[in-house]
Design a binder for this molecule. Structure first.
Ligand SMILES: NC(=O)C1=CN([C@@H]2O[C@H](COP(=O)(O)OP(=O)(O)OC[C@H]3O[C@@H](n4cnc5c(N)ncnc54)[C@H](O)[C@@H]3O)[C@@H](O)[C@H]2O)C=CC1
Ligand SMILES: O=P(O)(O)OC[C@H]1O[C@](O)(CO)[C@@H](O)[C@@H]1O
Length: 409
C-alpha cells in the first residue's frame, strides 16, 4: 500500500507518518526542505520521541520523500497510491492543489477503471478536504472532473495531537505528545478501502470535529492569547498561572454548554474531556511556544473558526459567552512581528479601525449584540494591559481615555 503525504513538518512526521507506516503503508513525504528530503530518501526512517516521563522512542520506517518542485515525480507517486494526505496548513492547500490535480490526471489517463483514491487534508478546521477538492478541481477540465468523481474521494477529517515547534540535531527527529486521535467519516469513503489502523471510522464527523475544534483548539489558543498579554512565552507558563487556567476553563465551559446542547454529549463526561484537554495544554514534558499556538490570528478569528463560530452559536442558543468574548478581545491584541497575520491584523485595526475589523474579518456586523460586547472588552483589555512595556497598547489606551473624556458631558 502506498501513501503520499504533503508536508514533512511537525504533524506530518509526528502523527500522520507514524500512523500510516504502522498501518503498512509505504509513505512518500512531499516536502520543500532539501535536507529533510535527502535524509528521508537516504535513511528511509526517522525517530519519534513521546513527551512522557520516560521519553519513549520509536522508529517510523518504510518512508521516503520527493521535492514538491518535482511535479512530475509527485504526480507519478499519486498515480500509483491509494491515499494522499496533507498537513501543510489550511491556507497552503491551494498551493499544492495543482500538483495533486496533475497526479489525478495521470492516474486517470492510465486506466479506464482506476482503483479508488482517498485524499484527506489533515488540517485544523472545518471541511479541509472539501476545500482542497475545490482547489484541485479548479486545475482540471470538466471531463476529467467527471471521471475523477467516480474514483477519487475527499473525506473531511479530524486530527488531534499536539506537536510543538522544535529543533534537534537530527532534522528528522520529532517529539510528540502521547495522546492522539484521528477520525474519518465512513460516508466520505468509496469502494473497498483498507481501513487505516489507528484511524477511527465513524458515522458522523461533526460531533467529533466540533468537540475537538471548540475544546482543544479554542481552549489552546485562548490560553495562548491570555498568556501573551501576561508576558508568558510558553503554554506551560501560561497554564501554570491559576488566573489563566480559570479563564481557559471558563471559555471551555461556555463552548462545552454549546456542544452539549448541539450534540447531546453527557455534561459530566464532557467536563472530564475538558479537564483532560487542559492537562494536555499544560504538559510539562515539552515546551510549546505561545507564538505557535497563537499563530495566524486572522485565520483563528475568522467566522468559521475556533473563537467566533462557538461565540455566535452560543449567543444564538442564549448561552453565556463572556469568557469567549474575553478570549476574542485578547486575540485582537496579539502582536508578533514574525507572524504575517498578526502584522496584518494590527495594521487593519490601526488603518480601518477595530469596528470595521469586527465586521469584515470576524464577520460580526455592527448591529449584532456581540459586536459591541467585543468592542467594550477590547477597550477594557487595552486599558488593563496598557502598563505592559513593549505591547504598544499605551497609545491605544491613551487615545481611548482621551476619547472617553471628550465624549463625557
Ligand atoms: N502541530 C500540531 O500540533 C497540529 C497541527 N495540525 C495541523 O497540521 C497542519 C500542519 O501543522 P504543523 O505540522 O504544525 O506545521 P509545520 O509548519 O510544522 O509543517 C507544515 C509543513 O507544510 C509545508 N508547507 C507550508 N506551506 C506550504 C506551501 N505553501 N506549499 C507546500 N508546503 C507547504 C512546510 O514546509 C512544512 O513542512 C496545520 O494545518 C495544523 O493546523 C493539526 C493538529 C495538530
Ligand atoms: O495549527 P493551528 O490551527 O494554527 O493551531 C494550533 C493548534 O493545533 C494543535 O497543535 C492541535 O490541534 C493545537 O495544539 C493548537 O491549538
Amino acid at each position: 500500500m502506498k501513501a503520499v503525504h504533503f508536508g514533512a513538518g511537525n504533524i506530518g512526521r509526528g502523527f500522520i507518518g507514524p500512523v500510516l507506516s504502522r498501518s503498512g503503508y509505504k509513505v512518500c513525504f512531499v516536502g520543500r526542505n532539501k535536507r529533510k528530503i535527502a535524509e528521508l530518501q537516504k535513511r528511509g526512517q526517522y525517530p519519534v520521541t513521546l513527551a512522557n516521563e520516560n521519553r519513549d522512542k520509536f522508529i517510523v520506517d518504510n518512508v521516503t520523500a520527493i521535492n514538491l518542485n518535482d511535479t512530475e515525480k509527485v504526480a507519478e507517486a499519486i498515480a500509483d497510491a491509494e491515499l494522499v494526505t496533507t498537513a501543510v496548513g489550511v491556507s497552503a492547500l491551494k498551493d499544492i492543489a495543482g500538483t495533486i490535480a496533475r497526479g489525478i490526471e495521470l492516474r486517470l489517463s492510465r486506466s479506464s477503471k482506476p482503483q479508488p483514491l482517498h485524499i484527506i487534508a489533515c488540517e485544523n478546521g472545518i471541511g479541509g478536504s472539501q476545500r482542497l477538492r475545490k482547489s484541485v478541481y479548479r486545475h482540471l477540465r470538466p471531463d476529467v472532473i467527471k471521471q475523477a468523481e467516480r474514483s477519487v474521494a475527499f473525506p473531511n477529517t479530524m486530527v488531534d495531537r499536539i506537536v510543538p515547534v522544535q529543533k534537534h540535531a537530527d532534522p528528522l527527529e520529532v517529539m510528540v505528545e502521547p495522546f492522539s486521535e484521528w477520525i474519518v467519516p465512513r460516508s466520505g469513503m468509496i469502494g473497498d478501502y483498507n481501513e487505516i489502523q489507528g484511524v477511527r471510522y465513524v458515522d458522523s464527523l461533526d460531533p467529533y470535529l466540533e468537540r475537538k475544534l471548540f475544546t482543544v483548539n479554542t481552549g489552546h489558543c485562548s490560553a495562548a492569547y491570555f498568556g501573551y498579554l501576561e508576558g508568558y512565552t510558553t503554554l506551560q507558563e501560561a497554564m501554570a498561572d491559576p488566573g489563566i487556567r480559570a479563564r481557559v476553563y471558563g471559555v471551555l465551559k461556555e463552548t462545552g454548554a454549546m456542544l452539549v446542547r448541539l450534540h447531546g454529549f453527557d455534561p459530566s463526561q464532557h467536563d472530564k474531556y475538558i479537564k483532560k484537554m487542559m492537562e494536555r495544554f499544560a504538559n510539562r514534558n515539552f515546551k510549546d511556544k505561545v507564538s505557535r499556538v497563537a499563530r495566524s490570528p486572522l485565520r483563528k478569528l475568522s467566522p468559521n473558526e475556533r473563537l467566533i463560530r462557538p461565540a455566535l452559536k452560543a449567543h444564538e442558543l442564549g448561552l453565556e459567552t463572556s469568557h469567549l468574548v474575553s478570549a476574542i478581545a485578547s486575540a485582537l491584541l496579539y502582536e508578533n512581528q514574525d507572524d504575517p497575520e498578526a502584522v496584518s491584523l494590527q495594521m487593519a485595526i490601526r488603518s480601518s479601525g477595530i469596528e470595521q475589523v469586527l465586521s469584515e474579518e470576524l464577520g460580526i456586523p455592527a448591529e449584532h449584540p456581540l459586536h459591541s460586547r467585543i468592542l467594550e472588552e477590547y477597550f477594557n483589555t487595552c486599558i488593563q494591559y496598557k502598563h505592559k512595556a513593549g505591547l504598544g497598547f499605551e497609545a491605544i489606551a491613551d487615545s481611548l481615555s482621551k476619547a472617553a473624556i471628550s465624549d463625557s458631558p
